[in-house]
Design a protein around this ligand. Structure first.
Ligand SMILES: [Zn+2]
Length: 432
């Protein structure tokens, strides 16, 4: 009798906890290479003056300091990172060096990620990207590697002991994977291929937009291109930013002002919004434990590397629309938090129009690459890339924005933070 009396309040307590303990969800959106410069140029092109992007309406905004570590001496800071070190900072709350995927700088010890912790607790996980799914940002959440380019068996940087990123990602048993990477499917795995392994692990593999629209099932792997997905926009002349030239009179000539146009190669692939919507639908079905979803707008950075401002801005606007979709989801689904940030900035610069006649400029003292754009409002805008004269612009160590929606007051990011402070807040919200 005494035993029964003791047991009753315990039962009542646990029943009560069941009712009030609603599942929580975190949606983390990462604009790859989305520094304030990339946001500003896009806003200027599309809206000419004043706010106009969805991100401009986010009421809670902070700024994150982005640094990484040196791999030759982990005690030393490297002020500019890459998507591997930035992704690792966001996924684990720890700093590492460039090219490392959730492993410590210099020593290579694995660092547990928020996605791994979520899976251990029965929380569903989804990763969505416009890059190959094994690219550094998604990889940082779901694998551990000394080198980000060991994506599949046979990749040249893989060593005898390394487990390729795709093998690790599939083994984590995440519910949704959407991005690029047909070339991963035939890679060797055990006695067969990655495709065999994914199918035997219960993944429904879809390879086009129609397949994605129809796809159901608990575990979905959507692949929509051989490697990275095409960018939404290209420049009218199809070319990235260019060096100035000199005419027959010895006068410096800048590239013609132009508009960005839709990239036909992007038409038949699912947009980032469509992939995100699908991921949210799948993750929220039959789910009493909550989910963690990471969505990456990868091409903001990929295009900036190529000095392709139209590619970068089209991707930036697609990311902005996706941010809106995520916040609208959170508004209609209680206990959902949205955090929007970047892994690092790019080297896009919005500079004043070079009135070269006044300054007696010559081609020699005008280094770098120029794109002259005509904005929606018909204004001229000069965009400049000056870190590489050939084909690979650098990242920068600029702060990146951190927007949030739905965080409890005590967790809201205030003032300037370190990038490594974001993961502990997501973990506290999701797990405690
Ligand atoms: Zn990059």
């Amino acid at each position: 009798m005494k035993k029964l009396l003791l047991a009753l309040p315990l039962l009542a307590l646990s029943a009560c906890a069941e009712v009030t303990d609603e599942p929580k969800n975190v949606i983390l959106l990462i604009g790859d290479g989305m520094g304030e410069a990339e946001i500003s140029v896009t806003r200027n092109y599309e809206f000419d003056s004043g706010p106009g992007m969805f991100l401009d309406t986010m009421e809670t905004k902070s700024s994150a300091i982005v640094i990484s570590k040196r791999n030759d001496n982990a005690e030393n800071i490297a002020f500019v990172g890459d998507s591997a070190s930035g992704g690792t900072a966001l996924a684990t709350g720890e700093l590492t060096s460039v090219r490392r995927i959730a492993t410590t700088a210099q020593y290579g010890a694995p660092i547990k990620t928020i996605a791994e912790e979520a899976k251990e607790k029965g929380i569903k996980v989804g990763l969505v990207t416009t890059a190959v799914i094994t690219d550094a940002t998604p990889a940082s959440f779901a694998s551990h590697a000394d080198d980000r380019y060991c994506m599949k068996a046979g990749d040249s940087v893989c060593t005898a002991t390394s487990v390729p990123i795709i093998d690790q990602m599939l083994a984590l048993d995440m519910e949704v994977l959407l991005g690029g990477g047909y070339q991963l499917l035939p890679a060797a795995k055990d006695q067969g291929t990655i495709r065999d392994y994914a199918l035997s692990s219960g993944y429904n593999i879809v390879t086009d937009k129609a397949g994605l629209e129809k796809a159901g099932g608990d575990k979905l792997w959507g692949i929509f291109s051989d490697y990275h997905l095409p960018r939404p926009w290209i420049a009218e002349d199809g070319k990235p930013a260019e060096k100035v030239t000199v005419d027959t009179d010895g006068q410096v000539v800048f590239p013609d002002a132009q508009r960005c146009i839709a990239n036909t190669a992007h038409k038949d692939i699912p947009s980032l919004e469509m992939m995100t919507e699908k991921a949210l639908n799948n993750l929220s079905q039959n789910n009493d434990k909550g989910f963690f979803l990471m969505v990456e707008g990868a091409s903001i950075d990929k295009a900036a590397h190529d000095a392709d401002i139209c590619g970068s801005m089209g991707s930036m606007l697609e990311f902005d629309r996706t941010a809106k979709l995520a916040v609208e989801y959170a508004k209609t689904h209680p206990n959902t938090v949205v955090i929007i940030t970047a892994d690092h900035g790019g080297s896009t610069q919005n500079i004043h129009h070079p009135y070269y006649e006044d300054y007696n400029r010559t081609a020699e003292n005008l280094p770098g690459l120029y794109e002259m754009l005509l904005t929606n409002g018909g204004n001229e805008m000069t965009v400049y890339y000056g870190t590489d004269n050939i084909d690979d612009q650098a990242h920068t160590g600029i702060n990146v924005p951190v927007y949030s929606y739905g965080l409890p007051e005590d967790l809201i990011f205030k003032a300037t933070i370190r990038q490594t402070e974001i993961k502990p807040v997501m973990a506290k919200y999701l797990f405690e």
